[in-house]
Design a protein around this ligand. Structure first.
Ligand code: BTN
Length: 249
């Protein structure tokens, strides 16, 4: 088991509306990075305003940071967090088989969605005063397949796919340790090694996928993720770099 990373605070709550809301509440007084974990969230949210199911035993956590640099740079931490999630899954199960990262920031296991990440930030002008990285992992229970949108990846849990029974606190310790390692790499060398590591774990690279943003749908071969974190698709009309979308396989 990893040690808790130096310099990172930890708040564990029995119940909260959302660890992202809690991060916003404590942000003004926070001195350094803080992980906030809750055993139960009453109003958990996912990407694009969707609700996030949060059964007991799953991991619900948010990392609150005060990042240096412009918003685009801060947003690249979704890739840092995805890599850390991947490593934490390997640490608790002892295997990488079946794990993959789905752009922009889901973790897949055996083709199903195991974990999701939601970034929220506050700031003025070109600055980001706080960044909150909300992370949900289906450790013991996945939402019912009917509860997700048609075409979305089916949800899975770590328990159902691997038989591993992992306490949320133990998973968070591995996640926090892995995050701290990647954050140091990101701060020292920038996005390039993160991008390379992310691509090495990417789901459906080189395959035809669909990116949907509102009513706009782009179909193309998943070529790469560029230096800004955009999804790059090779389409019938040429190369397209997409900054934000839902991806369908
Ligand atoms: O839609 C997604 O894939 C992102 C899900 C993020 C869920 C986590 S659970 C902890 C944190 N608190 C929330 O309300 N949401 C995030």
């Amino acid at each position: 088991m990893s040690d808790w990373p130096q310099g990172y605070g930890l708040h564990i709550l029995q119940e909260v509306d959302s660890t992202l809301n809690e991060a916003a509440r404590i942000a003004p007084a926070a001195q350094g990075p803080v992980w906030i974990m809750a055993h139960h969230q009453t109003a958990a949210r996912g990407r694009r305003g969707r609700a996030w199911a949060n059964p007991k035993g799953n991991l619900a956590a948010t990392l609150l940071l005060r990042p240096e640099g412009p918003p685009e740079q801060a947003a690249l931490r979704s890739f840092v967090a995805a890599l850390a999630l991947f490593d934490a899954c390997v640490a608790v199960t002892g295997r990488a088989a079946g794990l993959a990262l789905k752009w922009p920031n889901d973790v897949l296991l055996n083709g199903g969605k195991l974990a999701g990440i939601l970034l929220e930030s506050t700031g003025q002008g070109r600055g980001v005063s706080h960044l909150a990285i909300g992370i949900g992992v289906n450790l013991v229970e996945a939402p019912r397949p009917e509860s997700v949108e048609p075409g979305a990846v089916r949800p899975v849990s770590l328990l159902s796919e691997t038989g591993a029974q992992v306490e949320a606190e133990d998973f968070l310790t591995e996640l926090a340790a892995a995050y701290a390692r990647y954050e140091t790499q990101f701060a020292t060398y920038g996005f390039e090694p993160i991008r390379t590591a992310w691509l090495a774990r990417a789901a459906r690279l080189g395959e035809v996928i669909t990116a949907r943003t509102g009513a706009t749908e782009t179909v193309g071969t998943f070529e790469t993720v560029d230096a800004e974190g955009n999804l790059v698709l090779n389409t019938a009309k040429g190369r397209v770099a997409i900054p934000a979308a839902d991806v369908y396989f």
